[in-house]
Write a protein that binds this ligand. Structure first.
Ligand code: ADP
Ligand code: GLC
Length: 484
């Protein structure tokens, strides 16, 4: 079975969030199941050296104003199809934003081009490889099913995965023609979203199957509070919508072998975590003394992640004797809020503004608990890393957070199945209560140690979910065979 993945990021090559982790991991998890998955993604500067070694398999003289080609290569256990179009992707800095912090003004052309070329490849554009199914991810690949609809002749069926419905790829309708999109598709049932072209909406309207990254988010998406205007369409397509929980790459995130830790450890030697903890305290200028837990945050600093609520709860966290280490970047007021909190609570709150992959591993290895107070969270990966590293997740009861953490309530504690703390509603007082509950648990060392062991044994790999994706691909192929 041959599957074409289409996405805008892929770890370890280029990453702004969890999408990259998923795209870098799923093809590897599908390989042992007999699935030949290839990932198409753009050649940003970080990928140029790799692309230079690739084999040219497709070319165009003019893709939105410049030449383009597709290069086939292998790296990090992945088969890649790299879309090299320097006029669209050879730019410094963030892959979505210019230096001014605004979206690149030609993002419609950039990711429209990615989807267009993916559709060309899917419809037989390569001489030696033709996918049976195309699996598009998020708005950046949302137009793939629309372009395939416009083709005469046989095209493969499509799956669209929603990683985050808050990012929809909305553009001016005057671009329909230059993007090569049929005006017949610009309808409320198609890709029109309140007077604009919706790239994600196009994918949701025209893909054969839709998935999202947790069962709870799949249900939430059909509600107005979470569906962001697409809840009606998703309700109409309920029969084709499945929630498949994300996993994590167990090799990249393994406390026994993680090169970013000062002391690797396992479920049999959790006490070694102490050396990593000491290193985190040092890196964040936190006091070594004190008996409370060390909480961490590793996150985009955005409204989605609910970190304004943490700013409100911080005085209580510090008063209770806990410490906090924050690594993240994003909205300027949140960055400023956390910097101010570090100044107000020297030794108890440490903040590093930025993006630092090795430091994020060290923090998972050295913290006692990880805080994730998201207002919505399609899946979330940092709580899964937390479980694997025995860093107990303290999470809002929403989306994938609700599906992956077992709250330490009385029933779960007596049944010996708790792995963390959940709270609802997603408000500052409820978060404060969750922090207090966590501190109380931390004061009971044997209870805490048992939770750590349980968390570290909790299955967080891709096995079950990779099989679920394969089943969806197989069902699409079976449906085609029946039609023929
Ligand atoms: P989202 O994709 O919504 O940002 P996820 O929890 O799915 O949330 O994934 C976030 C990913 O990005 C995780 O791998 C996390 O470790 C990583 N990450 C987030 N912020 C930072 C940061 N400042 N430095 C390093 N890694 C980060
Ligand atoms: C999105 C979501 C996050 C999810 C990730 C990978 O960025 O915000 O919850 O884990 O995609 O699917």
């Amino acid at each position: 079975m041959k599957i074409l993945f289409v996405a805008s990021e892929c770890a370890p090559f280029v990453k702004t969030g969890g999408l990259a982790d998923v795209i870098g991991a799923v093809p590897k998890a599908l390989a042992p199941l007999g699935v030949d998955a290839r990932v198409m993604l753009p050649v940003y500067p970080a990928l140029q050296a790799l692309a230079a070694k690739g084999k040219e398999v497709w070319t165009s003289d003019d893709l939105h104003g410049g030449p383009a080609r597709v290069l086939s290569c292998q790296a990090e256990g992945l088969d890649l199809l790299l879309l090299d179009a320097p006029h669209l992707f050879d730019r410094p800095g963030n892959i979505y934003l210019g230096a001014d912090g605004q979206d690149w003004p030609d993002n419609a052309q950039r990711f429209g081009a990615l989807s267009f070329v993916a559709a060309e490849v899917a419809a037989g554009g390569l001489t030696d490889w033709r996918p049976d199914v195309v699996h598009a991810h998020d708005w950046q690949a949302g137009l793939v099913p629309a372009y395939l609809r416009q083709k005469n002749g046989p095209v493969p069926p499509t799956v669209l995965t929603i990683h985050n419905i808050a990012f929809q790829g909305l553009f001016d309708p005057s671009l329909m023609t230059s993007l090569g999109l049929s005006s017949a598709h610009y309808t409320p049932e198609g890709m029109e979203y309140f007077g604009r072209i919706g790239f994600l909406k196009a994918g949701l309207a025209f893909a054969d199957k839709i998935t999202t990254v947790s069962p709870t988010y799949a249900r939430e998406l059909m509600q107005p509070e979470f569906g962001m205007g697409l809840e009606g369409l998703l309700r109409a397509r309920n029969a084709d919508l499945t929630g498949i929980l994300n996993g994590i790459d167990l090799d990249a995130w393994n406390p026994e072998t993680d090169a970013a830790l000062v002391a690797p450890y396992s479920v049999r030697s959790p006490k070694k975590k102490a050396s990593n903890r000491a290193e985190v305290l040092k890196r964040f200028d936190l006091e070594a003394e004190g008996s409370g837990p060390l909480f961490c945050v590793i996150s985009r600093l955005t409204t989605q992640k609910g970190l304004d609520l943490l700013l409100e709860a911080l005085p209580m966290l510090v008063t209770r004797g806990a410490k906090l280490a924050v690594l993240g970047s994003g909205e300027k007021d949140l960055e400023a809020g956390f910097m101010a909190a570090a100044r107000s609570h020297p030794g108890a709150v440490g903040v590093i503004i930025g993006y630092d992959e090795p430091l994020s591993h060290l923090m998972q290895g050295g913290s006692d608990a990880i805080l994730i107070p998201s207002r919505f969270e399609p899946c979330g990966l940092t709580q899964l890393y937390g479980l694997r590293y025995g860093t107990l997740p303290v999470v809002a009861r929403t989306g994938g957070l609700a599906d992956t953490v077992i709250d330490a309530n009385e029933a779960a504690r007596s049944a010996k199945c708790a792995t963390g703390v959940q709270f609802a509603p997603v408000t500052a007082p409820a978060l404060e209560q969750a922090i207090l509950r966590t501190c109380d648990l931390f004061d009971q060392p044997s209870e805490w140690a048992a939770m750590m062991r349980r968390a570290m044994r909790h299955p967080v790999g891709w096995d079950v979910s990779a099989q679920a994706y394969k089943d969806i691909y197989a069902s699409l192929l079976d449906a085609r065979t029946l039609q023929d």
